[in-house]
Structure formats: structure tokens, C-alpha cells
Design a protein around this ligand. Structure first.
Ligand code: SAM
Ligand code: DTB
Ligand code: SF4
Length: 320
């Protein structure tokens, strides 16, 4: 199938791409990747959980949901200064994007939100791209984040609309889409992707990719997470994610959204260097660095430096 950017892609087009013989799929994705990006550059992002645990939502994968008994200890919203110290450290280690996450169902208009706005202003003053993921947002809250200088907002669809209700019952797919639209309307770039390995079928992965690629505008940033199975969550016993499912997701995302940043996100601790190399070849061009994601382990900076050296990769200069 020849993809042109001006023709809306159908579900069967996405299925055909996703099911292309693996080596052909990787090869085509690598070609498209090279047409739109420098394949030797990978954007390094750093995550910080600015408010941890105690979340009222019931996302089946999440160790921060209050209702599951997980190893995560609750912590209230951080003060601005320690957040900016972490951002400065991230920048000094080569990161160009700093993402602040809060275990909230939604943002409320209160002093805590004002503090997050101060964090955003501070991160921008450090010359970093600023990203937040804070749960649902109204259009007014999105506008206030934009005014504070926020570049990107992460809000994942996680899986297909059909499978969504099996993973989360406390909000709907439509709620998610509404926040994404509020973010888009405020002029903030959209970071939206999903999780592989939650028991979804291939058709669910294909449907998620189709939804992402056919949003009114495709997300500028598409994080592909491998489930990090955490004890105490309903998905604790899920087997390790099949690397070929990750590679197919990344390659198909790259073909469908050639200009977007495709981020190899959670789950790298369980991947070999060879696994990760395949993901980069298939079009991933960003990682989260540092020994912690939000609450779960991530390969440390030393391991990633070795990985980059081995693969001839360099951290990307600022993208935004
Ligand atoms: N509470 C906000 C929300 O859910 O939108 C923001 C923080 S939430 C932790 C951000 C994203 O992290 C989720 O949408 C999900 O895609 C991802 N995530 C959470 N737990 C994960 C896990 N165990 N494995 C992989 N990805 C996970
Ligand atoms: C995304 O898609 N992956 C990142 C970021 N967006 C916020 C978060 C992954 C979290 C993994 C589980 C944890 O560490 O708590
Ligand atoms: Fe809460 Fe976000 Fe975790 Fe869901 S993913 S339980 S909304 S912190």
C-alpha cells in the first residue's frame, strides 16, 4: 500500500501495514524514518513524578492507583525548587525535554495548579521543552498551561476504544479525546500513545494506531510503552511483552505518522540492547533517561551511554 499524507488512512490500511512481513515492515519504516529524521539522533527526555500515588482512577496497569496495594509510597505535590533542580540536572546530562507527571484524575483550579504553572515557567527558563501529564484538563486549564509556556501535554489513549473498558472503568475514551482536543485547541502539542502487553489483541493495537493517526491532527509525539507489570495491580501477572509486538507498533506508528516523534517509553529495563536497536531501526527516535520513569525502574544513564555508543547514536539537540 502506498501511503500519501493527504488521504485518510482506513482501519484495513493500518491492519495491512501492521501485518506486513516483519523485515519488510522494519525496512519500510526505516526508510520513512530517514526521509523525515536524522537516524543518528535520539531525543533524550526525563520524567519526574511531581505528585505520586493515591490516584482515584482504576487504570489496571498503574501502581499509583489508590485502590491497589503496590510498592509505591504516596507523596504530595512537590515544591517548585526541587523540581527545577531535577530539571537542571536532566539538562546538564543531555536531556532536552522534561516531563512532569501527577497522579491526578483531573486538574483542579487551586493553589496546586498554580504551583504546577510555576514549575512549567521554571522549566522553560532552563531552556528545556516542558511537558506535563496531569490527567483531564478543561479548555481554560489548557490555555493557562499554554500561557505558562507548556510545549506538550501527554495524555495517552493507552489501547483501542473496544478494549479500554477492560482496563479502566472510571473514565471513558471520550473523556480522553475531549482533553486531547482541549490541548490541541490551546496550541499545545499533543503527546499521545499507548501500552503494549495488557492482554489486548493485534486488532486492538491496530485500532489504537488508527485512532491516533486519524485524530484531527496526528500527535506530534507518540509514546509506545511496554507494560511494566507491577505487583498489586490487576495486570501484575501479565507475561513480558513480546518484542515483535513493540517493533510492529513502532514501525507502523512511524509509517502512519512520519513526522512525529515516536518514543520508546516504558519497559526498556526488560529489553536487551538488540531489542532496543530494532526499535530504533523501526523508527523510534526518543527515550526516557534516568534510573526511574515515574515510579518504576528504567535503565540508568551509564547503561544508555553504552547503548548509544554501541549503536552510533547521539542525543538530539532541542527539538521544539
Ligand atoms: N494521571 C495522569 C494520566 O493518567 O493521564 C498522568 C500520569 S499516568 C502515570 C501517564 C501514563 O503512564 C499512562 O497514561 C500510561 O499510559 C502510562 N503508564 C502508567 N503505568 C504504566 C505501566 N505500569 N506500564 C506502562 N505504562 C504505564
Ligand atoms: C508515557 O507514555 N510513558 C511515560 C510518560 N508517558 C508519562 C510514563 C510511563 C510510566 C511507567 C510507570 C511508572 O513508572 O510509574
Ligand atoms: Fe491515576 Fe494516571 Fe495512574 Fe490512571 S494512569 S491510576 S489516572 S496516575
Amino acid at each position: 500500500m502506498a501511503l500519501t499524507l493527504d488521504s485518510p488512512v482506513s482501519l484495513s490500511d493500518v491492519a495491512a501495514l501492521y501485518r506486513t512481513p516483519l523485515l519488510d515492515l522494519i525496512f519500510r519504516a526505516a526508510q520513512v524514518h530517514r526521509e523525515h529524521h536524522d537516524p543518528s539522533r535520539v531525543q533524550v527526555c526525563v520524567l519526574l513524578s511531581v505528585k505520586t500515588g493515591g490516584c482515584p482512577e482504576d487504570c489496571g496497569y498503574c501502581p499509583q492507583a489508590a485502590r491497589y496495594h503496590t510498592p509505591v509510597a504516596n507523596e504530595g505535590l512537590m515544591e517548585v525548587e526541587p523540581v527545577l533542580d531535577a530539571a537542571r540536572q536532566a539538562r546538564d546530562r543531555g536531556a532536552t525535554r522534561f516531563c512532569m507527571g501527577a497522579a491526578w484524575r483531573e486538574v483542579r483550579d487551586n493553589a496546586q495548579f498554580d504551583r504546577v504553572l510555576d514549575m512549567v515557567r521554571g522549566v522553560k527558563e532552563l531552556g528545556l521543552e516542558a511537558c506535563c501529564t496531569l490527567g483531564m484538563l478543561t479548555s481554560d486549564q489548557a490555555r493557562r498551561l499554554k500561557d505558562a509556556g507548556l510545549d506538550a501535554y501527554n495524555h495517552n489513549l493507552d489501547t483501542s476504544e473496544d478494549y479500554y473498558g477492560r482496563i479502566i472503568s472510571t473514565r471513558t475514551y471520550e473523556d480522553r479525546l475531549r482533553t486531547l482536543q482541549n490541548v490541541r485547541d490551546a496550541g499545545i502539542t499533543v503527546c499521545c500513545g499507548g501500552i503494549v502487553g495488557m492482554g489486548e489483541t493485534e486488532d486492538d493495537r491496530i485500532a489504537l494506531l488508527h485512532t491516533l493517526a486519524t485524530l484531527p491532527e496526528p500527535p506530534e509525539s507518540v509514546p509506545i510503552n511496554a507494560l511494566v507489570a507491577v505487583e498489586g495491580t490487576p495486570l501484575a501477572d501479565r507475561p513480558k511483552v513480546d518484542i515483535w509486538a513493540m517493533v510492529r507498533m513502532i514501525a507502523t506508528a512511524r509509517l502512519l505518522m512520519p513526522r512525529s516523534m515516536v518514543r520508546l517509553s516504558a519497559g526498556r529495563v526488560a529489553m536487551s540492547e538488540a531489542d532496543q536497536a530494532l526499535c530504533f531501526l523501526a523508527g523510534a527516535n526518543s527515550i526516557f533517561a534516568g534510573d526511574k520513569l515515574l515510579t518504576t525502574p528504567n535503565p540508568g544513564v551509564d547503561r544508555d551511554e553504552l547503548l548509544f555508543e554501541r549503536l552510533g547514536l547521539k542525543p538530539m539537540m532541542s527539538h521544539g
